[in-house]
Design a protein around this ligand. Structure first.
Ligand code: LR7
Ligand code: MN
Length: 589
């Protein structure tokens, strides 16, 4: 989900939507944490996740005493209304040291009161909605955590209490997944016992991972509705009414808030866009994409209405408790972190429910660039082990696509027994993955029977089209389409899907697009986010092998001046050899 944050930080849009939060924001620059981690395909794995020794051995200054100390000395006005915290210069070395414990600016967090105020970031129209809450079922808020900092955990709890109508709140359940920090023991029990909403801490005896910890919390819950949060969130006004009302209206809905950003460096509350939905990429990593034009059209009347989403981010959602268990809760053989969000999204959609995002519910989440805790067994084994389970149980023929292009998953495939989950799928008479792709996510860019999937090769140079490795402001690959030597093993960066309606797409919803006319001196054909616009439509003529850009009636060509390293161009179609392209299918399963 770390990449998801980077995607959200589109500066252009932030300026437009978020002027008030940004103007006083002077980010504190910390150590150069790995921003992203890129795997063999040049595709993001768990972006930013710390791949080294998670025990902090690289920071010998982090003694047990520091790890267990509970600094907590808030200043009354710090971080007020979601404003950023600015640490005085003389504290900066201490600040850096503390940063490593949780991979966020702990000093900043500890200076902010646990009950800080936040702005109402909703659209005006939301204030008139979801006010009729008498008689709605109550919810149990479930927060699982492993070695969370005191101030972020309890700020989450206070934000729930302060900004939820108490008639909707049954209780708060904190599930401690075998934390080792002292202050999360008796000190926490004592603290929560005096809160105005019944709050309990349940503890596991050994580390069971967030998935099983959530199942445990759900079993213990007394509320009719389960509302899950990560342990470093802050809820804003109206967040719960918007979720609970929708679940109460239809018990098969899984409702997510819009997830705003709490800065890991300054703890500023940054409103994010409302017009993104959740899905995933070819590696089965969660991604945000802009919602489709059709969906936007439907919503023009009232853009604050909830909209359905192919997948959820995972941590923040409300769902009926009976529906949660009827549908098979979670896959309890998933370990530690990852994959459960797609598993649940597929299961909910394919087995008769729906996943939606409510623009009137805003909850902030603290996004980190790397993960602070250990992954027993190793990050790759844990994450891909979980994803293997998702693919085997829910994805039908598309699992073969996943395994074919993800060797780390293929290696783990035989180690994952999934019989009971397949039986669950049968018992619930769930629909196929094809139905899911066709119906829930028709804008998807996965290969299908009626699409071309493979390489696009220039005949005269014998080279293949490749998507650029440079990133645009949405952290998506963006730039000129390049021609490079064709890889002998099919690599995903050279794979394209050509849809029947003429869009040429690749992973992460990136499409072949026309050049910008004002690019000087010679405009290049680009790849950028698929928009569904005519300017991204192409047609391929099998006879003369021309790849024609439909709206301009020009053909994909090599630059006449030989500046091929700068990318490809469009020229009037003349059937010359440089304009000949073959679409070479690659079996995708
Ligand atoms: O072993 C563990 N035991 C735990 O109890 C590991 C983690 N946890 C707790 C942890 O303390 C935290 O409260 O589980 C919660 C989630 O872990 P994070 O905060 O490290 O996860 P994340 O925010 O990086 O990741 C997202 O994807 C996860 C995949 O398993 C979960 O679904 C997280 O809930 C999810 N977070 C969100 O959806 C928040 C918004 C992200 C976006 C966009
Ligand atoms: Mn989180």
């Amino acid at each position: 989900c770390l990449i998801a944050m980077l995607v959200l930080l589109n500066i252009g849009e932030l300026q437009e939507e978020n002027e008030t939060h940004r103007k006083d924001w002077i980010p504190v620059r910390l150590s150069k944490d790995q921003r992203e981690y890129v795997d063999a395909h040049g595709v993001h794995v768990v972006v930013g996740h710390y791949m080294g020794d998670p025990s902090n051995s690289g920071n010998p200054n982090l003694t047990d005493e520091i790890l267990n100390s509970n600094l907590f000395a808030p200043l009354p006005n710090e971080g007020k209304d979601g404003m950023p915290v600015i640490i005085p210069a003389h504290l900066s070395s201490k600040m850096r040291q503390l940063y490593h414990i949780n991979r966020f600016n702990l000093m900043a967090s500890d200076r902010i009161p646990l009950n800080r105020s936040l702005p109402d970031v909703r659209k005006k129209r939301c204030q008139g909605k979801y006010n009729d809450i008498q008689g709605l079922p109550k919810t149990t808020v479930i927060i699982v955590f492993h070695n969370e900092a005191w101030s972020t955990l309890l700020r989450t709890v206070h934000s729930v209490i302060n900004r939820s109508p108490s008639i909707l709140l049954q209780e708060i359940l904190l599930v401690d997944d075998a934390s080792t920090r002292k202050f999360l023991g008796k000190e926490l029990d004592d603290y929560v016992s005096q809160l105005s909403i019944p709050t309990r801490v349940i503890r596991t005896t050994k580390r069971i991972g967030l998935i099983r910890a959530r199942i445990l919390g759900a079993k213990e819950a007394n509320g009719q509705i389960l509302t899950f949060l990560d342990a470093h969130c802050e809820c804003t006004i109206g967040w719960l009414e918007a979720l609970v009302t929708r679940v109460a209206e239809d018990r098969t809905r899984v409702v997510c808030p819009v997830i705003d950003i709490i800065s890991d460096e300054t703890f500023a509350y940054i409103r994010s866009f409302e017009l993104h939905w959740g899905a995933f990429n070819w590696d089965l990593h969660f991604r945000w994409y802009t919602i489709s034009g059709d969906e936007l059209k439907k919503r023009r009347k009232d853009i604050t209405e909830p909209f359905s989403s192919p997948a959820m981010a995972g941590g923040l959602f409300a769902m009926d408790k009976n529906f949660f268990f009827a549908l098979g809760s979670y896959d309890d053989r998933m370990e530690v972190w990852g994959g459960e969000n797609l598993e649940m999204s597929f299961r909910v959609w394919q087995c008769g429910g729906s996943v939606e995002i409510s623009p009137c519910s805003h909850v902030g989440h603290l996004f980190r660039k790397s993960s602070p805790y250990s992954f027993p067994g190793g990050v790759t084994k844990v994450l891909y082990g979980n994803l293997v389970r998702v693919a085997l149980v829910w994805m039908d023929e598309w699992k073969d696509f996943f395994f074919k292009f993800n060797p780390e998953a293929e290696r783990l495939r035989d180690l994952q027994p999934v019989r009971s989950r397949i039986e669950l799928r049968k018992k619930l008479s769930c629909k196929s993955f094809k139905w899911y792709l066709d119906t829930v996510w028709p804008q998807h860019f996965f290969p299908t029977e009626d699409r071309f999937f493979g390489k696009i090769k220039n005949v005269v140079r014998g080279e293949c089209l490749e998507k650029p490795t440079s990133k645009g402001s949405l952290n998506q690959p963006m730039g000129p389409a390049l021609l490079v030597p064709c890889a002998s093993n099919p690599v995903l960066s050279q794979m394209f899907v050509m849809e029947t309606d003429g869009f040429i797409a690749t992973d992460e919803s990136i499409c072949l697009d026309a050049p910008d006319k004002d690019d000087t001196p010679s405009p290049r054909v680009k790849v950028l986010a698929c928009s569904g616009n005519l300017r991204q439509k192409w047609s391929h003529n099998k006879k003369n092998r021309a790849l024609k850009h439909i709206s301009s009636d020009l053909c994909l060509d090599l630059p006449k001046d030989g500046s091929i390293e700068k990318g490809l161009v469009l020229n009037p179609c003349d059937e010359s050899v440089t304009q000949q392209w073959t679409l070479e299918p690659v079996p995708w399963r």
